[in-house]
Design a protein around this ligand. Sequence first.
Ligand code: G1P
Length: 270
Amino acid sequence: MKIGKAVFPVGGLGKRFFPITRAVPKEMLGIIDKPLIHYAFEEAVAAGVEEFIFVTRQGKNSIEDYFDYISSHSEYFNVKTGSVCYVRQNEPLGLGHAVLCAKNLIGKEPFAVISADDFMLHEKSCLGEMMERYEGANMVASVSVDRSEVNRYGILEIESETEDLIRAKSVCEKPSIEEAKSSSAIVGRYLLSHEIFDVLARLNPGVGGEIQLTDALSEMIPYCGLTGFKFKGKRFDCGSKEGLLAAILHVADRDEKLRCVAENFCRGKR
Ligand code: G1P
């Protein structure tokens, strides 16, 4: 199913990257010559998205400046059919709250949510692959993580699964290692029913005192289910320094000149 609108929650504080994120949005941190957010945008473009909704906040204006440039250049963007717009998230109340801020720009249609922190690379756009399989209701991208890391993610409980898809029995935001029902973690790609807005609007704060998107997904399972799409490409957690560095090295490795620099550096250290 084709989905035309994507929400990019870019209102996070980026605490793990202080002090740089005091002045530079974490989504604008560079993977060589493109900011992280550009990769998320490209993935959405490749999936056929035409309306790009950024949920932004104070101090994030450089994202708007950047997309002023991108959205007026046809090599990046279909300037005839595409549109970019911004809505503010005035308080850092979490991912669920950020998605709710986009409600009036979505209307009664399914929509995508993309977190730029999760840098995902595959021959095909992860979001595009999800759309090919989407049949309505809620779908999340998932990867298998190390058991010791389950407390950093939304974790699916598996009812049944195929090569590509998981039918979730339940989902839990950041469970302890003991509580986690599997090590299948949600990563930052979602295809959602507009009905999630009503659920988000009445949710109480969950883990970390934030309005959690996972809690809304959980509440909706009894009447519309939840599907996990098993992402098989490369994924970097660019919300962490280690993940960002790994992503930079991965991109460098695909460029002949940059690969030499990285290899020489590593050789010198041995
Ligand atoms: C968010 C979601 C979580 C998901 C993760 C993926 O957490 O709440 O369910 O697994 O993104 O990156 P955050 O990393 O914002 O704490």
